[in-house]
Design a protein around this ligand. Structure first.
Ligand SMILES: Nc1ncnc2c1ncn2[C@@H]1O[C@H](COP(=O)(O)OP(=O)(O)OP(=O)(O)O)[C@@H](O)[C@H]1O
Length: 239
């Protein structure tokens, strides 16, 4: 569960990138975070994950405050950034072992976890190669696997499907559903409305730092004129 209470952030003390944000992402749901370019999605995600500090307000993950109980809060989630920095000289397997070490994944289970993730993401043979030689999509997959290897309760994913091939994208969506079916939480940002519509239990739409809508797609449709396409609703909302 992720809770944001009156969260505000401005850069250079001028324009508010995030303005008085109230948001609750519940256990057992896939929650989509939508909004046009520059709306404040990445800023919000960076505050949730403790990379930047809000100017005001509080953020908790499974009840742990990211500002005051940082280490415990960080143990609750796994985060995949939109453009991750990677240890390019490491081989895929070395990177996953490093991540497993960082998060105290017991030695008895990590081999099986790595093998199973590699199989699901078609990365088994690539694990022996250096990350430098990976394509963009493969780099995304290794970051994702590095996060999933420690089995975090809350997944926070910034544009996770961009760059993945159809099979990997399908696998990730399937894994998101399995994760929430077991009562855990998935929070992700996306520009792809169709994906959000098909995948998310609820969404929030952020525009110029403020939440314009939060709820199910059915509620979104009811909120606006019935039968309007999601794309049209989104464009009208974000103008
Ligand atoms: N480091 C920074 N310094 C100054 N302004 C910033 C910084 N990072 C973001 N901003 C500004 O804050 C606002 C929100 O940006 P943010 O990256 O959070 O949006 P976003 O919704 O993730 O956009 P996109 O969909 O394009 O990734 C924008 O006006 C952006 O220019």
């Amino acid at each position: 569960m992720i809770e944001l209470n009156h969260v505000t952030k401005s850069y250079n003390g001028t324009v508010k990138a995030v303005d008085d944000l109230q948001l609750t992402v519940r256990q057992g749901e896939i929650f989509g975070f939508l909004g046009p370019n520059g709306a404040g999605k990445t800023t919000t995600i960076k505050m949730i994950t403790g990379i930047i500090r809000p100017d005001g307000g509080t953020i908790t993950i499974n009840g742990r405050n990211i500002s005051t109980d940082t280490l415990e809060a960080k143990k609750q989630f796994g985060y995949v950034p939109d453009s991750p920095d990677l240890f390019l000289r490491l081989k895929g397997l070395e990177y996953l072992t490093f991540m497993a070490d960082m998060y105290d994944v017991p030695k008895e289970v990590r081999k099986e976890r790595i093998e199973s993730l590699a199989e699901r993401f078609d990365m088994t043979t690539a694990l022996g190669d250096s990350i430098q030689s990976y394509s963009h999509g493969m780099r995304q997959k290794i970051v994702l696997m590095g996060v999933l290897v420690h089995r975090p309760e809350v997944w926070i994913l910034d544009e996770p499907l961009t760059g993945l091939d159809p099979k990997s994208s399908f696998t990730l969506k399937e894994m998101m559903r399995e994760h929430t079916d077991s009562g855990k939480t998935v929070f992700f940002s996306t520009h792809v409305l169709e994906v959000a519509e098909r995948l998310c239990d609820r969404v929030a739409i952020i525009v110029k730092g403020r939440i314009r809508f939060c709820g199910t797609f059915k509620e979104l449709q009811e909120h606006f004129q019935a039968n309007e396409s999601l794309e049209k609703i989104f464009l009208e909302m974000t103008l």
